[in-house]
Ligand binder design. Sequence first.
Ligand code: URA
Length: 235
Amino acid sequence: MSSPLRELLANLECRGRLGFGLVDGGHAELEAIAAKFAPAPAVKAQMPIDTTQYASLEDIRSHMGQCNKCPLHRGRTNIVFGQGPDNAKVMFIGEAPGAQEDKQGLPFVGPAGHLLDRMLQAVGLHRSQVYITNIVKCRPPGNRDPEAAEAAACRPYLDAQVKALEPEVICTLGRPAAQAVLNSTAPISAMRGNWQQAWGLPLLPTFHPAYLLRSPQHKAAAYQDLKALVRKLNI
Ligand code: URA
């Protein structure tokens, strides 16, 4: 027992014996003391998102609040939830926010994002027409790949985003996004350009724009992938 508590109890006992100062046999005071020394309540568990509900993107973001489901929340400046119209036909899924994204709270706004904008333009799309998000919504330290547990903790948000948006096609950008979404260990070179299914929707993995900045010789392949993505759309 802590010594302030011991002192208070001794004081109460003494006052009780002397027969004054204790209203209600001392219960009210004892309860007040107990409340003061009770351990702090545990952090309220987060309600899982009911992904069977077609919640709006806005609902999902507000449900997320200041999410602390994985350790990435400790180093973030902003949650990077996603950006784009809620009737977008194309959804891009990258891996994780970088420094610029963390600062601005928006996906793909750094150098990789600028290349993504140019790639979209090259196939007749504009960023304002597509929805862009990531498999994790908080920046990993030093821009490392998200860990499996971090991607798993964030997955209900991604599942709910896909259900809310119901895009016609999905495109994953880079290896970590394709592997996490498709639950695969295949290398990106084997996955890119090959249509898959996820959430019951057609999904095309392609290279990450950050990788293309380092390896521009693969830009032509990524261009072919985006052209295939546009051909799949009902436009
Ligand atoms: N890289 C990603 O995978 N996502 C972003 O939002 C930015 C860079």
